[in-house]
Write a protein that binds this ligand. Structure first.
Ligand SMILES: NCc1[nH]cc(CCC(=O)O)c1CC(=O)O
Length: 309
């Protein structure tokens, strides 16, 4: 048995494994590799272990990548696959974003019961979500609903809904679709009403910064328009988000070399939004995102900014 050429580090959730397998298949197809040349290594992260309190209190989303970065830097794996929206804006030193796969549908879906849409939910109905962004957007559209915290992976949340812990929940359509669970969606929310999380729907692959062979192999998987959109969204987030305690949303789209980006910050109760838009050359994606970030930050009231911590 020869040792695998590429070992992929991933979390063990069904969604993470689907995404890692997608990268594995793409690598095999792009380079005509034997199936055994690419191995998937499941890594348990602190974030997976914490189920009893909000992650924003436990230390934020970096908790899902720390152990994977360690495996990468210790050479136990050669690349790591992440949902782009869960990847902290600051990558671990020595690691680099090396490919961004073509983005899937960026929209959120409502999974309702007898009420199938956000509009149809009766006053006082309970919406379960752990996302500050989704909570704020729900409250903005429907201040008469009650938002409760809902954590766990996609299946766990569907199970909680099934047990009646809420009347509806919200999940990314991309994740539902990857798991074959899109049939649970009872409404797909328009991005104008319900802008996605930065990075939503995109899969990001990191590698050791100095591993030229792996990074070169990953170049074949990179989707330029998605990479530009993600660079823009991540630099917006880097300017605004110190602590992930502030609801932030936005969406960049690159087409024929032009990039259009809309980004916003919300108050927790959804009553106030500060938003902006910017357009420019897709080659300047990161600079455009940072510029809009500074503009939005300058216009954001101090009490919202206080949540940046
Ligand atoms: N935070 C969990 C997470 N990270 C990425 C996705 C969905 C897939 C994607 O956005 O690419 C999900 C689940 C969800 O928010 O419904």
């Amino acid at each position: 048995m020869t040792s695998p050429r590429f070992r992929i580090g991933t979390r063990g959730s069904p969604l993470a494994l689907w995404q890692a397998n997608r990268v594995r298949d793409d690598l095999i197809a792009a380079h005509g590799l034997a199936p055994e040349a690419v191995e998937i290594v499941t890594i348990k992260t602190t974030g997976d272990a914490i189920q009893d309190r909000p992650l924003s209190e436990a230390g934020g989303k970096g908790l899902f990548v720390k152990e994977i970065d360690e495996a990468l830097l210790d050479r136990r794996v050669d690349l790591a696959v992440h949902s782009a929206k869960d990847l902290p804006t600051e990558l671990a030193p020595g690691t680099a974003l090396s490919a961004t796969l073509e983005r899937a549908d960026v929209r959120d879906a409502l999974i309702g019961g007898s009420a199938r849409t956000l509009k149809e939910l009766p006053a006082g109905a309970i919406v379960g979500t752990a996302s500050l962004r989704r909570g704020a957007l729900v409250r903005r559209l429907r201040p008469d609903l009650e938002v409760v915290s809902f954590r766990g992976n996609v299946q766990t949340r569907l199970d909680k809904l099934g047990r009646g812990e809420a009347h509806a929940t919200l999940l990314a359509l991309a994740g539902l679709t990857r798991l074959g669970l899109q049939g649970h969606a009872t409404e797909i929310l328009d991005v104008d009403d319900f802008p996605p999380a930065l990075g939503q729907g995109a899969i990001a692959v990191t590698a050791r910064e100095d591993d030229d062979a792996t990074r070169e192999a990953l170049r074949a998987l990179d989707h330029a328009a998605t990479a530009a959109a993600l660079a823009c969204e991540r630099s917006f987030l880097a300017v605004l988000d110190g602590s992930c305690r502030t609801p932030i949303a936005g969406l960049a789209r690159a087409e024929e070399g032009r990039l259009r980006f809309l980004g916003l910050v919300l108050s927790i109760d959804g009553a106030r939004t500060v938003e902006g838009a910017i357009e420019g050359d897709a080659a300047d994606a990161a600079r455009l995102g940072a510029e809009l970030g500074r503009d939005v930050k300058a216009r954001t009231p101090a009490d919202l900014l206080a949540a940046f911590g």
